[in-house]
Design a protein around this ligand. Structure first.
Ligand code: SAJ
Length: 419
């Protein structure tokens, strides 16, 4: 247990994309953090100094924290003064949150409580979840109800806001919203975040903080939907949407986002539902934006299909697919709209050869590996003259060096505006 005597100063529960970087910055500033991960394979990998995902700076930070004994990765969830919970809160099939992992983490840590701890939730949650967390703790540990009343056992919600690809920079610089169930909990949680965050720390209630997080991602989703709708309209009008956006953005109060093949990752495509489904009133605009963005992969696949038909039909041409990750310059393929586009095409055009190029993805995503007519490569083919159709689904830097001239024989469907 490294430097710990009876309990860790802080324990981060869940060592994923958010939990592990958080544990690492805390290890650097406090020198005494435990990271608990329920997945044994992942836990062992981390304990060996091998990060389970790609993020700039993570290899060095992990090795240094382990070497200094500032981070321990115990097999059992340890006692701690502060627990920071960063476990997945995915979307269930009925478009409501699945809190199984959060509930199970709270059950486990409840067994370690003495009554003077602070429990901070970072996972994205529907409004009211931090109150539920307190209620679950009391269900598992009714003996602690006086400690909750006396406000020594405290609860706060502090959403993560970092952008994959820039996590270590943003975790230190982005302003943080801290919502305690009580003012004392907010003060204590603020002190924790001040140890590593140079951005402003803004305090509020737990429910407000929960809604702020959802509002941020729903705002982005709605704005991307606007860009995507503008793309459909511009194309039908025969004008260039990128020129429309660039010119409109010269207005001092207009800042239109970029259209694309849809919205991926497991934040922006998920969190808006937690907000839309949180009240009887619902969220008409939020849900509409979800369907505009959700329909985009189908629209792009249809355009490629039409181009294949114009090039002779299924089996008469080859298709070059540029990019498979959920956005540019990351290796993450989770919820990638590009995967959905390729899946639709592969099942519809079974005789057509597809070459999927992605310099960052490590392999063809599992759901696509079943199609024998899909080839995956990390290198852009040298000779691009043989492709009758090319579709760009991700704007990786490597693709931006390509010119339309190199693809002179291909009908180009450029969803990211790289050409
Ligand atoms: N996208 C577009 N057009 C744009 C911007 C994005 O089509 O103009 C697409 C991307 O290609 C991608 C998806 O949207 O498929 C999401 O990408 P993103 O860069 O907008 O966001 P994420 O999912 O990487 O991270 C977001 C961020 N939230 C906001 O910017 C409000 C990040 O700060 C959050 O911490 C993260 O969600 C999260 O974990 O919630």
């Amino acid at each position: 247990m490294g430097n710990f005597i009876d309990r860790a100063r802080a324990c981060v529960v869940g060592l994923g994309y958010i939990g592990l970087p958080t544990a690492l910055v805390l290890a650097e500033t406090t020198g005494c953090v435990a990271g608990y991960e329920i997945d044994v394979r992942k836990r062992e990998q981390i304990a060996k100094g091998d990060p389970p995902f790609v993020e700039g700076g993570i290899d060095l930070a992990l090795r240094s924290a382990l070497d200094r004994g500032a981070l321990s990765v115990p097999d059992e969830l340890p006692a701690a003064e502060i627990f920071i919970v960063a476990v997945p809160t995915p979307l269930g099939s009925d478009k409501t949150v699945d809190l199984t992992a959060l509930q199970s983490a709270i059950k486990q840590l409840s067994g370690k409580l003495s009554g003077d701890e602070l429990i901070v939730v970072e996972s994205t949650c529907p409004p009211g979840t931090t109150e539920s967390v307190r209620d679950w703790v009391l269900e598992f540990r009714p003996d602690l109800s006086a400690k909750v009343r006396e406000d020594t056992l405290q609860f706060a919600y502090c959403p993560e806001r970092v952008l994959p690809g820039r996590i270590f920079e943003e975790i230190r610089l982005n302003p943080r919203i801290v919502g305690g169930l009580t003012p004392l909990a907010s003060t204590r949680a603020s002190k924790l975040y001040k140890t590593f965050c140079n951005g402003e720390i803004l305090t509020t209630t737990a429910k407000t903080a929960e809604v702020v997080k959802l509002a941020e991602n729903a705002y982005r989703d709605v704005n991307i939907a606007f860009a995507n709708e503008l793309e459909t309209i511009s194309r039908e009008l025969g004008i260039n949407v990128w020129e429309v956006i660039s010119l409109a953005n010269h207005h001092p109060r207009v800042e239109i986002l970029k259209p694309g093949p849809g919205v991926g990752g497991h934040c922006i495509a998920v969190d808006p539902w937690f907000l839309a489904n949180s009240t009887e009133a619902g969220g008409y605009l939020i849900e509409t934006a979800r369907s505009v963005n959700g329909d985009k992969p189908k629209e792009v696949a249809q355009r490629v299909h039409d181009a294949v038909r114009a090039a002779g039909g299924d089996g008469e041409t080859s298709v070059l697919v540029l990019g498979i990750t959920f956005k540019e310059n990351v290796d993450d393929v989770r919820e990638s709209p590009a995967v959905e586009v390729v899946r639709l095409l592969a099942s519809e055009l079974q005789n057509t050869r597809f070459v999927v190029v992605d310099p960052l993805a490590t392999q063809m995503p599992g759901e696509l590996s079943i199609y024998p007519h899909l080839e995956f490569t990390r290198e852009i083919p040298r000779d691009l003259g043989g492709f009758g159709v090319a579709v760009c689904l991700v704007g990786h830097d490597q693709f931006r060096k390509l010119t339309a001239g190199e693809l002179a024989n291909a009908a180009i469907i450029d969803t990211r505006g790289i050409f």
